[in-house]
Each structure stands twice: as structure tokens, then as C-alpha cells.
Unconditional design. Sequence first.
Length: 224
Amino acid sequence: MKIRLAALLAATVVAGCSTPPGPPPGKPAPKLPAEAIAYDGLKSTNRKFPFHNNCDGLTPELLSSVGMGEARVVPPGPSGPGFCAIKGSDRMLEEMWVQEKPTPNTSEPRYFPIVWRGAGQAQYLRRMIFADRYYATETIDFYGGQPGCYLTVDTGSPSALQFRGILPKETAETYPELNYTMTGYKVDRAGTDKFMADACPIVEKVALAALGGIDPDGGSLASD
């Protein structure tokens, strides 16, 4: 599994005015340089978003190869757009939700740079080069009150692709309260780091396989 990771270290981040490194766009998408994670700005493209909040490309054969069960489409509702929910069988993954993250308003032409810069992520943010070809981040969130590893991937489109890891309730209950909004805004750094180290590997494994079905030959610098 080719996944290169790096933590976001504030001391090493290069100012947004610096020109980020990277090869020209291509098809298949080119590999990204590891040093790109130190830049707030990113070299990217403006191609068509490859996912449509359905389960196209996520075949039973592909999912079973990473130990996952059936995929089902969850239709749009009052809380947001539809998405694809994949049944898990791991103690750290009850379901994987695959969904589009569109730009929040007209003043933001792209979603991914927002999370890359850490907006709204005071508790945990990890920048990554994922599968050699995608800029990505890992963050912790608390859907339904329990922690989850969220992997957000830049597909070179205005929208980003997010993989949400949903824990079984009994697993979530083995961790202390990690939501800093529930602890007087005191972050349990050691507890958060341990949770992410436990929860993110299976999310990465499934996301890597899913990208092969959703976005073959794709990447942050893929051309249409």
C-alpha cells in the first residue's frame, strides 16, 4: 500500500505566497512531491468531480478485497446531500461513508484548500500525500457524538471527496471523551493521537481501494 504521510508541523509550513512544487497535470495523474505538504498553497487542476454521491465503481469484488460488505446509496435529506455507505466488518469500522464535500459558499472556489489550511480543525489535522497522487488530510470529527477518522482527498476539482469512518458504538465507548467542546476546550492530545493511530489505517485501506474504482488513473493533478 503506497501511502506517504506527514504530520502538519506549524514550524515547517511554507507561506501561501510561495510557489508550491509539483509536476504538470497529466493522465494518468503524476506523482506528487513529498515536500508539497509543507505548502499552504497547492498546485492543482480544475477537472470534473469524479464522484456523484452514489456507489458507482464500488463493485462487490472491489469492496470484498478489503474486507467490506455491500454498498448502498443514502438519498439526500435535510442534513445534507446523499452519499454512499459501505458496510464494514472491522472493530474499528462499522461503516464507511463516501461523499462529496462541495464549496461552502461562492467566495470559496474550492473546498479542499479550506481543510488543508486547517480551518475549523483546532483539535487534529494531518496533511498527507495519499496513494502518491492525491493531496489529502486526516481529521477527527464527532458525528453522533462519537469520534471518527475523516480522510478528505483533493481530486483536482472544486469539490473534495471525503471518506468518513463510522465506529461501532461499543468500540467508541472504549475511548475517553475526546471532543474538546465537551471538555471545556481542553484537548486530550495523547488520547486523540492514539485514537487516530487506531482508527485511520482501516479508513486509508478502504479509501485506497475505493479510489481505484471511483477515480482510476486520477489524482490531484489529473487532467480530463
